[in-house]
Design a protein around this ligand. Structure first.
Ligand SMILES: [Zn+2]
Length: 382
């Protein structure tokens, strides 16, 4: 039995109720719906705002992060006053203001193989607003196991993707991409950047698909991948077929959830893989002393547009893409320090140089961000 709409709700949703395809029946379905949002960031912002405003009766929100000033360019669920607060706390305040009828359940955690099934099983539809591959595969596999539709979206720079996966007859994310990419081959938003409005565009498409699925109208993105290029403003869809060899929804060989952090090269709480030798590191304070002494070759492996934002005096720019070829120009008898924004990309360059036989090479711990914190606050953080 669908819930009744109160007098206040009849007024609030008036512009839905007069659409014949939605009507009172459709609005009641929205009120009865339980939708889980994974992430309260760029995609999660328009999702939470629009789904709350549209009258989705119960929203779940999973996010462990706190609001950072670099989020505000796109994560419009949060404001300047919220910097430093948990995202789920500022989200709760904003959602209550938009629509006090929404019942919100928050989960201040990352989604893991341990908790994913317990959380997801309580919902009808899952909307994936994550920005990383480990969680994306985890969400996909959990949705396939539980038979929950997974409304997918992803963003990078000017490009976006959206689809609806893991419905009863449709394909899943693994039908398209069976295995996670090898560690270090895919830049994250933090490394690659994203146009601020892009998550607004893609998240709003995910919200639209969620509403259509809930009300039961229209033609969803099941079996189609929407590709958006904001620079040329071209939208196209490509067909995605259910893959009989898909390890998740085809052969069902994936029978339990896996945490992919180890494979994707992201930080793992227990300290990561023990297989590799320790990364040779130098702290910003140590580097400052070495630069003063003038006995170190400091190489910035970021991109030229990042170099333009700010740089460490004495560094020279050799973008990561120029390696390993650029290594031929380096003096291997000299001490070399490599740095990037946070230390991730430069760590990869250190490994490449080590593989090429360099022994006197160090990674700047924490990158230019920590340099700004520990040595020179006039270097902007971004
Ligand atoms: Zn599949």
């Amino acid at each position: 039995m669908l819930p009744d709409l109160s007098r206040e709700e009849l007024g609030r949703y008036a512009r839905h109720l007069i659409i014949p395809d939605v009507g009172v029946e459709g609005q009641k379905r929205l009120k009865a719906a339980r939708v889980l949002l994974i992430g309260a960031g760029g995609l999660g912002s328009p999702l939470a705002l629009y789904l709350a405003a549209a009258g989705v009766g119960h929203l779940g929100l999973v996010d462990f992060d706190v609001v950072d000033v670099t989020n505000l360019q796109r994560q419009i669920l949060h404001g300047t006053k919220d910097v430093g607060r948990l995202k789920i706390d500022s989200a709760r305040e904003r959602i209550a203001d938009i629509n006090p009828n929404v019942e919100l359940t928050t989960y201040a955690t990352t989604l893991t193989s341990q908790n994913a099934l317990d959380i997801i099983t309580k919902y009808d539809i899952v909307v994936d607003g994550t920005d990383n591959f480990p969680t994306r595969y985890l969400v996909n596999d959990a949705c396939v196991m539980l038979g929950k539709p997974n409304v997918y979206g992803s963003i990078f720079r000017f490009e976006g993707q959206a689809s609806v996966f893991s419905t009863k007859d449709g394909p899943c994310y693994r039908c398209l991409f069976p295995e996670p990419p090898p560690p270090g081959t895919v830049p994250s938003c933090a490394e690659g950047g994203v146009l601020g409005v892009l998550p607004g565009l893609v998240g709003t498409i995910q919200a639209t698909e969620t509403i259509k699925l809930t009300v039961g109208i229209g033609e969803s993105l099941v079996g189609r991948l929407l590709l958006i290029d904001a620079l040329t403003m071209q939208f196209r869809t490509v067909k995605v077929k259910k893959n009989a060899a898909c390890p998740a929804c085809g052969t069902h060989e994936i029978t339990k959830l896996i945490d992919y952090e180890q494979f994707c090269g992201l930080k793992v709480e227990d300290g990561g893989s023990k297989m590799e030798t320790a990364m040779p590191e130098i702290t910003p304070v140590e580097l400052a002393a070495r630069l003063k002494a003038g006995d170190v070759d400091l190489i910035d492996v970021r991109e030229p547009n990042e170099w333009d934002i700010g740089r460490i005096p004495g560094a020279r720019l050799i973008p990561m893409g120029k390696f390993p070829e650029a290594a031929a120009e380096l003096d291997r008898t000299h001490d070399i320090v490599v740095h990037c924004r946070s230390g991730a990309r430069s760590g990869k360059v250190v490994r490449q140089l080590q593989a090429a036989g360099f022994t006197r090479v160090w990674n700047l711990a924490g990158g230019i961000l920590r340099w700004s914190d520990d040595v020179d606050p006039t270097v902007p953080k971004y």
